[in-house]
Design a protein around this ligand. Structure first.
Ligand code: HEC
Ligand code: HEC
Length: 152
């Protein structure tokens, strides 16, 4: 085991070095930068493709029955880390009434082995894996997707 660790360690360190410029992108004055750290001119950020604000609305309609509902608010200030899940401050069964939010679905308490837990199941912990906010943007790739008949 020890020998194995020693053989992969240089590879891990090297990968870390290679990724460093990407991980540390962000300019000193808080402005937008590219992945390599070059500043993005104002004219670009102001253009039609500018970063748009997430839609804030009432819950959005679903396009098919099994769809994870789209997040109808911004999520920038709601971190989900290993030890803390801000989403559950409003979406837990304890808090949803006060927050006037939808409570997490009952399905979110079931483990992958089918056991029912008292709290959110680990496989449903990272909410943004499935639930995403929306912006009113032109689709990057044109498509003719139509809502499932059952949800029309
Ligand atoms: C400060 C309270 C609060 C926090 C924190 C919060 N939400 Fe919400 N959320 C709401 C409220 C209120 C609604 C319903 C009204 C609305 O759409 O704005 C909602 C709606 C939603 C919906 C739509 C539900 C439906 O039935 O269509 C989803 C999905 C959602 N939130 C996911 C999240 C996720 C994921 C996070 C964490 C990244 C999060 N929320 C954090 C208050 C919150
Ligand atoms: C693996 C994907 C996945 C993850 C992770 C996940 N969800 Fe869901 N969520 C779904 C799906 C699919 C549905 C719709 C079907 C259902 O109710 O299970 C849903 C439904 C919901 C609903 C609507 C419930 C209702 O009664 O209409 C809310 C609110 C919600 N999720 C919040 C959350 C929050 C908060 C988290 C993180 C703690 C989370 N979800 C994590 C897939 C996921």
């Amino acid at each position: 085991m020890k020998i194995r660790l020693l053989t992969i360690l240089p590879a891990v360190l090297f990968a870390g070095l290679a990724l460093f410029p990407y991980v540390s992108s962000g300019s000193d004055d808080g402005g937008l930068v590219t992945l390599r750290g070059a500043p993005i001119p104002e004219s670009v950020t102001d253009s039609e493709n500018a970063l748009k604000k997430p839609i804030e609305s009432l819950p959005m309609e679903r396009d098919f029955t099994q769809q994870p509902p789209l997040v109808s608010h911004a999520v920038d200030n709601y971190p989900v880390t290993k030890n803390f899940n801000k989403c559950m401050d409003c979406h837990s069964w304890e808090r949803y009434r006060e927050a006037k939010a939808t409570k997490v679905s009952q399905t979110h308490f079931k483990t992958s082995e089918g056991q029912d837990l008292a709290n959110i199941s680990p496989r449903r912990y990272f909410c943004l894996q499935c639930h995403v906010p929306q912006v009113d943007a032109r689709p990057l790739v044109p498509n003719d997707y139509e809502r499932a008949k059952s949800t029309r």
